[in-house]
Design a binder for this molecule. Structure first.
Ligand code: ZN
Length: 152
């Protein structure tokens, strides 16, 4: 479990314990369900898009600490941003956790990534990459798929 302890930085632990924007949507015009069969993570992301701005975003579901914390931090990172910026952030995030753009991808863009840099260590644990990116993939599916939300 030592590898997981390294991953579970205080930011990640905090967001897993108290996920932000973990609620049913007040208003949502986009929705998508994301599933990570490798780990059993399953989340639904709800989006309220207004003039291509992420006016609101929230999620529900259950998963491991990494996927829950990542979903929580994703909602905080993209709320209020233009959708295009949110999707660019996803690209940066994905490059960071897969290490695609080199070992210091995270160090190269510390300001842009902000707290999301807490997930940089995930690149050492390929099994965890899908946990960390699940919420982002689901966000993109909701935004691009344009599936109408059914609010309870
Ligand atoms: Zn997981």
């Amino acid at each position: 479990m030592s590898e997981l302890r390294e991953l579970y930085q205080s930011t990640i632990l905090d967001h897993n314990k108290k996920p932000r924007n973990f609620r049913s949507p007040q208003q949502a015009n986009r929705r998508a369900v994301g599933h990570n069969p490798l780990c059993g993570d399953e989340i639904t992301v709800y989006l309220q898009l207004q003039d291509d701005i992420v006016a609101d975003v929230c999620f529900q579901g259950s998963g491991c600490a990494i996927s829950t914390a990542s979903a929580s931090m994703m909602t905080q990172a993209v709320k209020g941003r233009p959708l295009e910026e949110a999707l660019q952030l996803f690209d940066s995030f994905q490059r960071m956790v897969t290490g695609e753009s080199g070992a210091d991808a995270a160090d190269a863009q510390p300001k842009q990534m902000g707290k999301l840099a807490a997930f940089a260590g995930v690149r050492e644990y390929p099994m965890r990459v899908k946990c960390a990116t699940l919420a982002w993939h689901t966000l993109r599916a909701a935004a691009i798929g344009g599936e109408a939300a059914t609010t309870e």
